[in-house]
Design a protein around this ligand. Structure first.
Ligand SMILES: [Cu+2]
Length: 201
């Protein structure tokens, strides 16, 4: 009941939202909202199992039911904030970006995993978008999954881990001394959406 398999990034959620709205409108007053959510949750799960469990797509369309609202911001165990337009645009095709930036400010060291499950395989950075304080060192920790990866800034940015490798462990780190938004990608998997952003305050 509390762990139904609805994927937040499913491209089917938009369709389901329309469906749920239709049901809501045609519902008689005799059923309360809780019952409605419970039954439509089952319908949604059935729909996903029937063929909507694909690669996740890009649109993070939300169907804001009570059940789903409670599942946000659990990945990094911390709070999150809404992403800027710059970050949201850059990560628009990145499946594990949900429109928010993980708040990891006030820490000396922050870890971003390289090769996390996303974008149709182990082709993601996790968290995809993170906010840190200036002076923080970001350790990029390879999972060893998804083939070879690297970390490379867009343009003249500061990040460059060199050639792509598949070795497990912290293969690269960088200390951010000045504020700004730093966008980066994996050379072999950029086209799949393996991209990330670090916001330094
Ligand atoms: Cu990669």
């Amino acid at each position: 009941m509390s762990s139904h398999p609805i994927r937040r990034d499913s491209p089917c959620s938009a369709t389901l939202s329309v469906f749920l709205s239709y049901i809501t409108m045609s519902m008689s007053d005799s059923l309360n909202r809780r019952t409605l959510l419970r039954s439509t949750g089952a319908i949604a799960a059935a729909g996903l199992l029937a063929g909507c469990s694909g690669d996740g797509g890009g649109d993070a369309t939300e169907s804001a039911t009570d059940d789903e609202m409670t599942e946000s911001a659990t990945d990094s165990g911390g709070s999150s904030m809404e992403a800027s337009d710059e970050v949201a645009e850059y990560l628009g095709e990145t499946s594990n970006f949900d429109g928010t930036v993980a708040d990891m400010t006030g820490q000396d060291t922050v870890t971003v995993t390289v090769g996390s499950e996303a974008n149709g395989g182990a082709f993601g950075y996790d968290p995809a978008a993170v906010q840190i304080s200036s002076g923080t060192t970001v350790e990029f920790e390879w999972t060893g999954n998804g083939g070879t990866h690297n970390v490379k800034s867009e343009g003249d940015g500061p990040l460059d881990s060199g050639g792509a490798v598949d070795t497990e462990g912290v293969e690269y780190e960088h200390t951010f001394e000045s504020s700004g938004t730093f966008r980066y990608y994996c050379t072999p998997h950029e086209s799949l959406g393996m991209k990330g952003a670090i916001v330094v305050e």
